[in-house]
Design a protein around this ligand. Structure first.
Ligand code: C2E
Ligand code: CA
Ligand code: CA
Ligand code: CA
Length: 279
């Protein structure tokens, strides 16, 4: 690498690739996104495959910037993680999801879980459990209606801390699911030490139902594993009736995907709830 003289500082250098520059722009705008009200939560229903009823929902963050337009969370969440912005954003997400869920319960809809994605960095903050407790107190949501979604990557970083934290959530009555299950590198051994409630089968397996028998085998294995460990199992990214049929046949408990509904704003979700409560 070239040594930089003290007058050589530049905001943009030709050897910086476009992605880096684009990320700087995003980072800059993301700093203000919260206070400018540019973030919104969408909700996607989770359907009980035995009853066909909506029994939960996943909150998914959306960012629309007036200049940049819609920015995918797959793009800005990693930036939020790198910059630490995931802490205030994650807190906002938790609070909004709990508040909205409580509101729906107060409106008289059947109570249901709301699942919130928690990034590893957020989960590893010393005060994370206290934050969650505070948000539940503040919003009045019963902890049993909150589910946090974490990924296997959390398990590798600091096992003792993770075990302790998950036990605290269990004691509080909060549900925990492992997102994107089967795509990480962790060993299965952690499953018996971690107090979790559900496994979420990743879209990358579900999309291959009827196409790739190896991925079908992985799905069967995950469902069997969940059953043996007495965990709930949720398949995500279900788009076709064929996939649904396969999952039902394998006795998967729950599904989520475009077949039922895309993630939608709260007002739209309410319409789904009205249908769900009527029929
Ligand atoms: P994820 O948690 O695995 O969420 C599932 C993604 O699959 C969502 O993408 C959802 O919109 C999409 N999806 C749902 N059903 C289908 C389907 O039938 N077909 C297909 N092709 N896709 C489907 P989204 O909303 O773009 O979110 C992408 C990722 O960003 C999420 O993946 C999650 O890792 C992250 N994310 C989203 N919201 C938050 C948040 O509030 N906090 C954190 N930390 N991460 C979030
Ligand atoms: Ca998720
Ligand atoms: Ca997922
Ligand atoms: Ca995913």
């Amino acid at each position: 690498a070239k040594q930089k003289g003290k007058n050589n500082y530049q905001f943009y250098t030709p050897d910086m690739n476009f992605t880096t520059f684009e990320n700087l722009v995003l980072e800059n705008k993301l700093y203000n996104a919260l206070e400018k009200n540019e973030l919104e939560l969408y909700y996607q229903p989770q359907v009980d495959l035995n009853t066909g009823q909506i029994i939960g929902m996943e909150a998914l963050i959306r960012w629309v910037n007036p200049e940049l337009g819609f920015i995918s969370p797959a793009k800005f969440i990693p930036i939020a993680e790198e910059t630490g912005l995931i802490i205030p954003i994650g807190e906002w997400t938790l609070r909004s999801a709990c508040k909205q869920n409580k509101l729906w319960q107060d409106m008289g809809f059947n109570p249901m879980r709301v699942a919130v994605n928690i990034s590893a960095y957020q989960f590893q903050q010393e005060d994370f459990v206290e934050k969650v407790r505070q948000i539940l107190n503040e919003t009045g949501l019963d902890p049993k209606w909150l589910e946090i979604e974490i990924t296997e990557s959390i398990a590798i970083k600091n096992v003792d801390f993770t075990v302790r934290t998950l036990r605290k959530f269990k004691d509080m009555g909060i549900k925990v699911s492992i997102d994107d299950f089967g795509t990480g590198f962790s060993s299965l051994a952690y499953l018996k030490n971690f107090k979790i409630d559900a496994l979420k089968i990743d879209y990358s397996f579900v999309k291959d139902i009827g196409i790739n028998s190896e991925n079908e085998s992985i799905i069967k294995a995950i469902i069997m594993l969940a059953k043996n460990l007495k965990l709930n199992v949720i398949a995500e990214g279900v788009e076709t009736k064929e996939q649904l049929k396969f999952l039902k046949h394998q006795e998967c408990n729950e599904s989520q995907g475009y077949l039922f509904s895309k993630p939608v704003p709260s007002r739209e979700f309410e319409k789904l709830l009205i249908r769900n409560n009527v029929f």
